[in-house]
Every structure is written in C-alpha cells, then in structure tokens.
Design a protein around this ligand. Structure first.
Ligand SMILES: [Zn+2]
Length: 219
C-alpha cells in the first residue's frame, strides 16, 4: 500500500523524518522518545512507534485519518498519536512536535506555568501552561493538553514533556526549540543562590505580541 504514494505525501513524509532527525540531533529527544506529525491533505503522517529516526525511509511512511484509522503503512503509529490528533481536531495546525526535552520536562515537574523570564514566550502565544499529569496515550492527557493549549501554540505536559504546533513543521519545531530554551533560561536564572529572577508583566508581553504582529521578526 505504501509503494505508490502521491507526491505530496512523499514530500511531507520527508519533512516529518527530517524534523524528527533534527530533534534528535539538537538534543531535544533521546532515542525514540519524541514524535513528529504533519498534515498531508486529509491525512496525518506521523512517526512510527519505536523506530530510530535514522532508519526511517520512504517505505516506512505511516499515515492515519483524523479518527486515527491507519491508511498508509504497516508500522504502528506512535503511541502518542491521540495527542497529535487532538491538536489537529481542535486547531488549524498543519504540524505537531512532541518531545521529552530535558529542561522543559524539568520545569513541568516544578511549575503550573513557565515564568515570564523572556519575551520569547510571545512566540508561543503567552505564558506557557503545564497540563496536569495523565498517562501517555490516554484521552485524559489529550484533554488536559488541549486545555493548556488554549490561546497558545505550545504547552508542557507535567512529568512528561512538550507539545507545540504550527502552520509548518519548521514553525512547530522552532516553537519547541524556543520553549526548551525558555525553560533552560528560567532554570539557569533561578539557580543563582539568594536571588530571584525578575519577570516580565503580562502587559510587557502583550506589547511584544503586538510588535511581533506589526513588525514581523522578533529582535
Ligand atoms: Zn511523550
């Protein structure tokens, strides 16, 4: 079934694999712990469960419909597929990246929201929330994630990791990288003995959000 695929599916799959490999190369995931997906028309292409990213090729394409029924490939989709599908059903996302990035996951065990230590939070739509813990692969986790994602393009999953989405795989990936950096920044600043990091106000962040809307790239 996966031998003759439309060109768009082949192209999107290449991007999914490239993004998954990039997340491993950049240290955002270890082994096969993260997963990446993207829309190809009515389908969602998603990394399979338990296959190292450097071994993924065109024959390993995994495609499901929005109800999770597998329509392309023989490999089993990631066990975290419910997270990805929930994002596609509830938002206009074209791509979703999920990782267990270490600094972001560390913060997910400490706080219900990532402190506003930097205006880069505007890239994610505001202060990033932590979804309460639920076991991976469950509808409870998907629901908690959707609540945490309200008006945001990313969230933390308590004692688990990160989820971000975007209009493209590059955008979703960039948001994960920024979220991990933001968490690393907070942990670094907060680790200085006897000192407490100064935080931006919601008003200061709103000002940045407005500037990004008007002027484009962050400074
Ligand atoms: Zn996970």
């Amino acid at each position: 079934m996966s031998e003759q695929q439309p060109e768009s599916v082949a192209r999107v799959w290449e991007e999914v694999v490239a993004t998954a490999r990039r997340s491993a190369a950049d240290g955002l995931v270890v082994g096969t712990s993260g997963n990446v997906s993207a829309r190809a028309g009515d389908l969602v292409l998603v990394t399979p469960s338990g296959v190292p990213y450097d071994r993924l090729g065109p024959r390993d394409t995994v495609g499901v419909d929005l109800d999770g029924r597998q329509v392309i490939g023989d490999l089993r989709p990631t066990s975290e597929l419910p997270l990805h599908l929930a994002v596609y059903r509830e938002t206009g996302a074209a791509a979703v990246v999920h990782t267990h990035a270490v600094h972001a996951t560390a913060v997910s065990t400490l706080l219900p929201e990532v402190p506003l230590v930097h205006y880069a939070a505007a890239i994610l739509g505001g202060p990033v929330r932590t979804a309460p813990y639920a076991r991976y692969g469950t509808p409870e986790l998907a629901d908690a994630m959707l609540a945490a994602l309200r008006d945001r393009t990313g969230c933390l999953l308590a004692n688990h990791g990160t989820v971000t989405y975007g209009d493209t795989l590059d955008q979703a990936y960039e948001r994960t990288a920024q979220l991990e950096w933001l968490c690393r920044l907070w942990l670094t600043a907060d680790s200085v003995p006897g000192r407490t990091p100064a935080l931006l106000s919601e008003a200061q962040l709103a000002e940045v959000t407005e500037a990004l809307r008007t002027y484009g790239q962050p400074g």
